[in-house]
Design a protein around this ligand. Structure first.
Ligand code: PEP
Ligand code: MN
Length: 282
């Protein structure tokens, strides 16, 4: 064994339960994520499209009981010809939506050079699944003090996912939230397969908060409610859900975005499930 690999194996990983036994709780403007603080619901459109779209959607998220607003200003799209986001103008619209609703902002960063800019506007920075192993981006987010939602790559194993979080934490940013968003399997009927077992597995191996994105896993609005319920039942600390004031007009991911009439009962349902499972009946 080389000295380098001996060093690596001797090190106590910052993500591990051996390093920290108790659950990490991340506080974002008074909203606590992790450690049994109750389900944190983050909702919003795939992309910020206009001031009107993000403000109207933010008002829906708030009215339905959501805690934070998520919208992409920088997008990592599979095709270079797809809408790539409004960039800084999108960040400014998010800021307005925060002023109107008071909801903290979650937004994605796709390039290491953009981390300082995105961190100015974001209360939580999102790293998308396609960038889970973009080590330069992970390190740059590690230098920021903003909490980070790290999405699992759709072809990534659990150890790879945890080590990606380690990249961020090893640079000094311990505020990492893991997000399971579905992996690629032989099941073609849904966009991805939600790896629900990843939640208890990650909870066993790490002390970090775990949230679930049912929207990208399902790919269809009609499965989002059921997958959300499953995620909370299995112990997820929160949900990241695509909500749009007019889903049929959504510039990206229109089939999976849900409207107010689905989001409202969804929030009620997951809160009911959380309360049943976390009320001591003795
Ligand atoms: C998104 O959150 O809109 C997104 C593109 O997600 P993912 O990176 O999980 O595909
Ligand atoms: Mn999306």
């Amino acid at each position: 064994m080389s000295t380098k690999s001996q060093d690596a194996s001797a090190r106590l990983n910052l993500t591990s339960r051996a390093y920290q036994k108790q659950d990490s709780i991340i506080d974002v403007e008074g909203i606590k994520i992790g450690g049994g603080s109750g389900p944190v619901i983050i909702g919003g459109p795939c992309s910020v499209e206009s001031e009107k779209q993000i403000i109207e959607t933010a008002e829906i998220v708030k009215h339905c009981g959501g805690h934070m607003l998520r919208g992409g200003a920088f997008k990592a799209r599979t095709s270079p010809y797809s809408f790539q986001g409004l960039g800084e103008a999108g960040l400014k619209y998010l800021q307005k939506a925060k002023t109107v609703t008071g909801l903290p902002i979650v937004t994605e960063v796709v390039a290491p050079n953009d981390v300082p800019l995105v961190a100015e506007y974001a209360d939580i920075i999102q790293i998308g699944c396609r960038n889970m192993q973009n080590y330069a981006l992970l390190k740059e987010c590690g230098k920021s003090r903003r909490p980070v939602i790290l999405k699992r790559g759709f072809g990534s194993s659990i150890p790879e996912f945890i080590l990606a979080a380690e990249y961020i934490m090893s640079e000094g940013n311990l505020n990492v939230i893991l997000c399971e968003r579905g992996i690629r399997t032989f099941c073609q009927e849904m966009r991805f397969t939600l790896d629900i077992g990843a939640v208890p597995l990650l909870k066993e191996r790490t002390h970090l908060p775990i949230i679930v994105d049912p929207s990208h896993a399902a790919g269809k609005y009609r499965y989002v409610n059921s997958l959300s319920q499953a995620a909370i039942a299995v112990g997820a600390d929160g949900l990241l859900i695509e909500v749009h004031y007019k889903p049929e007009t959504s510039t990206c991911d229109p089939d999976q975005a849900i409207s107010e009439d689905i989001f409202f009962p969804l929030v009620q349902n997951v809160n009911k499930i959380y309360n049943v499972l976390n009320t001591n009946i003795m």
